[in-house]
Design a protein. Structure first.
Length: 345
């Protein structure tokens, strides 16, 4: 039996026909298309994306198999809508995977609440929604004529703040603790680690770094608690890449107690949002080769390895993988960055 490989990816313009096909099939099978359906299905970029929403597509063994959308209602509320799974792929857990992915995406986008409209005759769907945490609430009239149930879910809020000098002390604290926890087992001399942390996360040094126009810091709060930060250099050339416009994601650090909460993904979402405005040809980063969790995270979000380099801390030399996210992934196509070598820099 062939292994099933499910991937959840962001919507691209070439997915419109699949988005329409999948949703049109189930709506017309059980109900009827309403005018709002036709607009959303035929012009999802205008109806969903340009209004601050998001669309996810699911593939099974690289074949488009399902979709779901998040329609922005207001700054803190999104409608979970237009979820559809190709009938030939039903029974593989795709609906659950899409639902969980949409919930995580909503958290990253700053949602505090998700709502959905459905029909009680769709028993499998209602069971799934209850399973992941949706609860029935009052149904107002006139939204969808085919709906007889409205459900809501409150989300744990992640806040991402563009940091100024006031956050230097917080960044220092997060950086020291997260780096210490992650790298302590790799150091032969504890003194090397202490000296590196004292130098790198000196509050005055971080304050000066925040003031530099080429640097951007994001701080993450989880339930109003400091959880992590990211540092970006808006223009930073890597000599193993061609192209004159390269953004470097220099750091994403999340405190250990907030691993698995979506904080890292929310920070990366903010970095990519910045890139969409600045429009570099790529985002590149380096990650310690022993940081398997971090490498999986970046690969899951579209980064690919393109080289290696080494970095000396005290008496030790550490090896890092270089990874790249091409501009085409976040909507920039004017200039490409090509890999020019695979050796150490």
């Amino acid at each position: 039996m062939k292994k099933i490989e499910i991937k959840i990816i962001d919507y691209r313009p070439e997915h419109q026909s699949h988005f329409e096909r999948l949703n049109r099939h189930w709506i017309e099978k059980y109900f009827w298309l309403e005018p709002i359906d036709k607009f959303v299905l035929m012009e999802p970029e205008k109806a969903i994306l340009q209004r601050g929403g998001n669309i996810l597509m699911a593939t099974i063994n690289n074949e488009i198999a399902g979709t779901v959308a998040l329609k922005k209602v207001d700054e803190t509320t999104y409608e979970f809508t237009k979820m559809a799974v190709d009938e030939k792929f039903q029974g593989n857990g795709l609906g659950y995977a899409l639902t969980k992915a949409a919930i995580e995406k909503a958290k990253i986008m700053g949602a505090e609440k998700l709502l959905l409209y459905s029909h009680t005759s769709l028993k499998a769907a209602i069971h799934l929604y209850r399973k992941v945490g949706f609860r029935e609430t009052h149904l107002e009239p006139g939204v969808y004529s085919r709906s007889d149930i409205k459900m809501e879910m409150d989300l744990d809020q992640i806040k991402i703040i563009k940091a100024d000098e006031m956050y230097a002390n917080a960044i220092s604290t997060i950086g020291k603790k997260s780096f210490h926890d992650a790298f302590l087992p790799t150091f032969n001399r504890y003194e090397d680690l202490v000296e590196y942390l004292d130098y790198t996360y000196n509050v005055e040094k971080i304050t000066d770094s925040i003031k530099k126009s080429n640097n951007v810091f994001f701080v993450a709060l989880y339930k109003n608690k400091l959880a992590g930060f990211a540092k970006v250099k808006k223009q930073s050339l890597n000599m193993q890449l061609t192209g004159s416009r390269q953004m470097e994601l220099q750091k994403i650090y999340v405190l250990k107690e907030f691993h698995g909460t979506g904080v890292a993904a929310a920070l990366l979402h903010s970095v990519i949002g910045l890139a969409k405005n600045i429009r570099p040809a790529c985002i590149w980063l380096d990650v310690y080769i022993g940081n398997k969790r971090g490498i999986r995270f970046y690969e899951k979000n579209g980064f690919e390895k393109f080289g290696k380099h080494s970095f000396k801390i005290g008496t030790q030399i550490f090896s890092y993988d270089l990874m790249i996210l091409p501009g085409a992934v976040f909507g920039v196509n004017q200039e490409s960055s090509q890999i020019v070598s695979y050796g150490n820099d």
